[in-house]
Ligand binder design. Sequence first.
Ligand SMILES: [Zn+2]
Length: 388
Amino acid sequence: MTEGLTAWITLIFLATCWVYWREARFQEERSTTASAAQTAAIQSAYIAIGGTVASFVYRLCFILFGIPYVMEHGRAADTSQLSLAIVFAISISGGLLLIERATRGISLHAVDRKLKLNNTSLSLFAVDTAKVLLVAAAFGLPLVAGWIWLMETGNEHWWVGAWILWFVILTIRMLAKPQIETLLFSTTSDLPEGALRSRLESLLKRSGIDAASLRVTQASKRTRRVNASVTGLGAHRRIFLHDTLLEQLSADEVEAVVAHEVGHARYKHLGKAWGGLGLLGLAGAYAIAQVIGRAQLEPAEAVGVLLAAYPSILLSVRPLFVRISRRFEFQADGFAAMQCGPGAVQDALGKIFAANHGVWDHHWAYSAVFDGHPSGRERILRLQQTHS
Ligand SMILES: [Zn+2]
């Protein structure tokens, strides 16, 4: 099984590097005026290749050497499967998270700092990294322990229980995301009293969204980037506006941004993503159980291999999610245009792209694999076509 798995992971790795490399070349070819945005996009693509190489080498070392070594010594010392699985979860997933954070840190230093967008100090970055690791451990370790327990029962349908446990933890995580965000990563406040707040509250009210779900985050403590997002499910849903967005956009543009986020809520995009993920997870659990059964892996070994292969599994299904996400973005833009007019949405997009030094176009392969949002050009074009 190791040969097949190694070949598949290598193939996904090479394809990922090719996509990033094509994106870098695409921006280089267009960078006749050497805009800061294109330079940043080129650097980001090369940094991403570095992160991809580090993650690939780390995971391959575990599959070829780390997992067989730990399993062999575990057998000799009669270590429980649970202890071995915890060792794999901490070393493989913890290590991969650290590689991801290191890549992010390099990107903040090399790209965002030059664009004067980074406000995250090194100490704040280190504290955030520790928090990210703690949150991952709080959700991940009980999941791994549950999987081992289910596999050790010897029941051939263990994978159904494994899927249910994963889905329950995913649901808790999605429900708690706004609270985790507020509690650990940024302080939030109400929108200041005034004309803008009344306008936004009326928008929320006529769209059937609770006005209290709108929060302003003190994002400027970490970044000058302008952004807004909607997270959580049902009554736990929150719309977050970066404080930088309120500083830099006009009232009409802020209303268009909030209307876009409300559009996501109205069309139940997060709920649909949750359901879709659940179904895909069920199919994945069945397929993984077949592979584990055929290769006759011990429970801890199966968990180790799964954790090492996980980023490749995620990358293989990513184009599907990106495709759906892009459709959701167009729908949310359409909703915002209906509420505030296409002009306000276009102006807001223009200001956000300018403030974040975003590029308006990407290579098609990069868009298909990594860009959950359509490019700025596609979004403006769609607004012009459907609302002219
Ligand atoms: Zn959106």
